[in-house]
Design a protein around this ligand. Structure first.
Ligand code: NDP
Ligand code: OXD
Length: 307
């Protein structure tokens, strides 16, 4: 019984060492040095080559090395009857709470604007930007913690999800018909959805036009949620006042992409919330033991929903 680390652009060796620190007896292989493929029962993946996962006849679990699983489902040649899991931990949600609050406060307090004034030697005190309403698209393991965090900072918070939610001090909306209503009063709209066929390009002109004029968009979900041309258009038309983007259709963002130099776009390099190696290793190991001992797996992904 062996565990394979299949993460072509990540440091597989560091994860292997963290797992070995927990259990020195683990049989760990790092792709492409798989050894006998029949031995592999548990694979940890991030952006694996399409079709690769069908080559392991005894595979039981595919574990995402992150919260998102869109990188798994973009492979249309996945083995059948293999369980999928993902990472859920308080470090991922905690970092995201600080990132989203930081972006909103930066915008509200005009900190980037004052940095530009400083460079130009301009002394012009202004009122903070008005607007206290935040709408979170996605109230899952990360979105609901961000919602609570912002409510504790006295923002008026609403959230949108697929199924109904009941949360103290958060106005909740669910389903496609309620999306326009969910965003209508928001000064800040934050996307923390998973990327699925239903959410692809959800951040488009149709939705922007349902927002308040001058709303500010934050996308920390996935680049595939955003219609990039529609964003450029909404910024030009001043329907949106600005956007902070952490995720992109192509990452790293290509050098010649117009977002790099857009004055109303603030961008960060997919770092809003970064997988914590030791916490991830502990959770992956726990699930490896669950698999080995035929116990229920933690943080299963529902392939019919795609998240
Ligand atoms: P969860 O699966 O726990 O939550 C997803 C939420 O989105 C749920 O509330 C779900 O509704 C809602 N949702 C899904 N599809 C729809 C839909 N069609 N309509 C309405 N609501 C929908 O995910 P996490 O909170 O753990 O993570 C969310 C995403 O954040 C990840 O998939 C990843 O893309 C991104 N992420 C980004 C990071 C970064 O650094 N930028 C870091 C980590 C994650 P319901 O509750 O009803 O099921
Ligand atoms: C994740 C991410 O999904 O890093 O964990 O975006």
């Amino acid at each position: 019984m062996a565990l394979l680390i299949l993460m072509p652009n990540k440091d597989g060796r560091a994860l292997s060492e963290a797992l070995q620190d927990i259990d020195p007896n683990l049989d760990i292989r790092i792709w492409p040095e798989t050894g006998n493929k029949q031995d592999i029962e548990y694979v940890i993946v991030w952006n694996h080559p399409p079709g690769e996962l069908t080559k392991y006849p005894n595979l039981k679990v595919i574990a995402s090395f992150g919260a998102g699983v869109d990188h798994i489902f973009k492979d249309h040649d996945l083995p059948e009857n293999v369980a999928l899991t993902r990472l859920v931990d308080d470090s991922l949600s905690g970092q995201m709470c600080e990132y989203i609050a930081g972006v909103i406060l930066n915008q509200r307090l005009r900190l980037t604007e004052y940095r530009e004034y400083q460079a130009a030697g301009i002394w012009t005190p202004k009122e903070p930007r008005p607007g206290n309403n935040v709408c979170l698209l996605g109230l899952g393991s990360i979105g609901r913690e961000v919602a609570r965090y912002l409510a504790n900072l006295n923002f008026a918070v609403s959230g949108w999800s697929q199924s109904p939610k009941d949360m103290d001090n958060i106005a909740t909306f669910q389903g496609p018909e309620a999306l326009g209503k969910a965003v209508a009063d928001a000064d800040y709209i934050v996307c923390l959805l998973p990327l699925t066929p239903k959410t692809t390009n959800i951040l488009d002109n149709t939705l922007f036009n349902k927002m308040k004029k001058g709303a500010y968009l934050i996308n920390a979900g996935r680049g595939g949620h955003l219609n990039e041309d529609d964003l450029m258009d909404a910024l030009y038309q001043q329907q949106l006042s600005g956007a902070c983007l952490d995720v992109f259709k192509v990452e790293p963002l290509p050098e010649d992409h117009p977002f790099w130099r857009h004055p109303k776009i603030y961008l960060t390099p997919h770092c809003a919330s970064v997988t914590h190696l030791d916490k991830a290793a502990a959770q992956l190991h726990e699930n490896y033991l669950n698999m080995k001992n035929s116990r229920p797996l933690l943080n299963r992904v529902d392939p019919t929903k795609g998240y």
